[in-house]
Ligand binder design. Structure first.
Ligand SMILES: [Zn+2]
Length: 233
């Protein structure tokens, strides 16, 4: 049995060079046999990774077939509520969320976020159309969508340069608190034409309460290192 002088891998007794590093084998006792079967496989039997286009095609086919089947069923069954709009809207929203990023290259973050929010808006609009002609869409859904978009845009703009986990968590908590206040304000204005903060103020206070220790940990280097060691970030 012989071994490569360079990398030490075990060699076929009739090998002319090392299959791993290519170092020539010089064995005066045994001449190289070029016709002998290779000791190691010469071709890597590896399945090529799925391309993004193929994945996009598969997802488009899945979402499209579900939407078309539901629309056809709706035509045949003629239900009271055109429920196929829910399915078509959900399929369109999922397409924008999952397939579009696979196909589009180098879309800026704000463009992606605008499309995502637009897809949610379209879905909610289709639901409101199917249910009652869209009155609550104008007075409740649009303000809620605008609020969500504003919070997500601001958060992604503030975190665009990649901050530490502590800063990200602090900003996300504050954003969640502000979002809850906004949700209650929108619902209150829609229902009672006024705003008396209730549950959202509790959530906001909890978020602020959680942020204070995070800010202290971030400010004091010894605490920050200890947290980093304990929680592995
Ligand atoms: Zn070798």
């Amino acid at each position: 049995m012989s071994y490569c002088v360079n990398c030490g891998v075990e060699l076929n007794s009739a090998a002319s060079c090392c299959p791993l590093c290519g170092t020539p084998v010089l064995n005066p006792r045994q001449k190289a046999d070029e016709t002998a079967p290779a000791f190691f496989p010469t071709r890597r039997a590896e399945v090529a990774p799925v391309s993004k286009r193929a994945m996009a095609l598969l997802l488009t086919a899945m979402l499209g077939s579900v939407a078309v089947c539901c629309a056809l069923l709706n035509l045949v069954l003629k239900p009271h509520i055109p429920w196929y709009l829910f399915v078509v809207g959900a399929a369109a929203m999922l397409w924008v969320w999952t397939v579009f990023p696979l196909l589009a290259r180098k879309v800026p973050l704000w463009g992606r976020l605008t499309l995502d929010v637009g897809a949610v808006g379209l879905y909610v609009f289709l639901i409101s159309l199917a249910l009652d002609g869209g009155t609550w869409f104008r007075n409740l859904a649009i303000p809620l969508l605008a609020l969500s978009a504003a919070v997500v845009f601001s958060l992604s703009w503030l975190l665009r340069r990649g901050h530490s986990l502590l800063t990200t968590a602090t900003m996300s908590l504050i954003a969640a608190g502000i979002f809850c206040l906004g949700v209650e304000a929108c619902c209150d204005w829609y229902l009672y034409s006024g705003f008396a903060p209730g549950w959202s103020l509790v959530v906001f206070a909890c978020c602020v309460g959680l942020c204070i220790p995070l800010v202290i940990i971030r400010r004091i280097p010894s605490l920050r290192e200890e947290a980093r060691r304990r929680f592995h970030f």
